[in-house]
Design a protein around this ligand. Structure first.
Ligand code: PEP
Length: 254
């Protein structure tokens, strides 16, 4: 089955409002007319509203990098899925490895966040991936299985109809070390088998599984050639509009 590619940029804690607007002004013409794939940018919370206005009418969707699972309340410093929906966000990145490791997010917290995202008809991008230590100990597949099963166990295929999964080996994030297309494909095909086991083969065939970890213009084509790699979640290389546009436009005649 042909799944529509999704190329998503995660800016992490980078860019002010002015920097966001300058980026979008430069980026929009570079991706104008790109209709055969989805494009998403996830600026920091403070720039989401300005980004939403600047992206209006363009093919670029807006994403958030995180959310809280409650609708509102005494959770100082947190942002709810309801608030994100209110300002025109479409995607929410959930369980990024920096959230899991630096902020101690558990599979249970991630599951509750996915539930909140779904309540507001937003699209969750569930991030999973093994550390170097886990890979070297031969635990890669069991880690991926646990993260998928624990993160998604309360839901039905119907609930998750727009789910996106991002396989991001922790040792490849921001390190310049990319998983080889073979390593990534092995993990992606395995994740699809687990999703088929959990929700049925038809469902698994529709889920987009992105690869993340030092994606660049130089390696995107090799990754996207693999049958189970449906797009990319890009950190560092999404910070410059021309570089990110080259990733987004992979395989197109210029
Ligand atoms: C990420 O933050 O999801 C990521 C993959 O980062 P980078 O592309 O910088 O490795």
């Amino acid at each position: 089955m042909k799944r529509r590619p999704l190329i998503a940029g995660n800016w992490k804690m980078h860019k002010t409002v002015a920097e966001t607007l300058a980026y979008i002004e430069a980026f929009k013409p570079l991706v104008a007319g790109v209709e055969d794939r989805d494009i998403m940018l996830a600026p920091p919370f403070t720039a989401l509203d300005a980004a939403q206005r600047a992206l209006e009418g363009s093919p670029v969707a807006l994403g958030a990098q995180n959310c809280h699972w409650e609708e509102e309340g005494a959770f100082t410093g947190e942002i709810s899925a309801r608030m994100l929906s209110d300002i025109g966000v479409s995607y929410v990145i959930i369980g990024h490895s920096e959230r899991r490791h630096l902020f101690r997010e558990t599979d249970e917290m991630i599951r509750k966040k996915i539930a909140a995202v779904l309540r507001h008809d937003l699209i969750p991008i569930l991030c999973i991936g093994e550390t170097l230590e886990e890979r070297e100990a031969g635990k890669t597949l069991s880690v991926l299985e646990r993260q998928l099963k624990e993160g998604l166990k309360d839901f039905s295929a119907r609930d998750l109809k727009n789910l996106v999964v991002a396989y991001e080996p922790v040792w490849a994030i921001g390190t310049g070390k990319t998983a080889t297309p073979e390593q990534a494909e092995e993990a992606h095909a395995f994740c699809r088998r687990i999703l088929a086991e959990m929700f049925g083969a038809d469902f698994a065939e529709t889920v987009r599984i992105l690869y993340g970890g030092s994606v660049k213009p130089e390696n995107i084509v090799g990754l996207m050639a693999r049958p189970d790699i449906d797009g990319a979640l890009v950190g560092g290389a999404s910070l410059k509009p021309d570089v990110f546009a080259r990733i987004v436009c992979f395989g197109r005649m210029k």
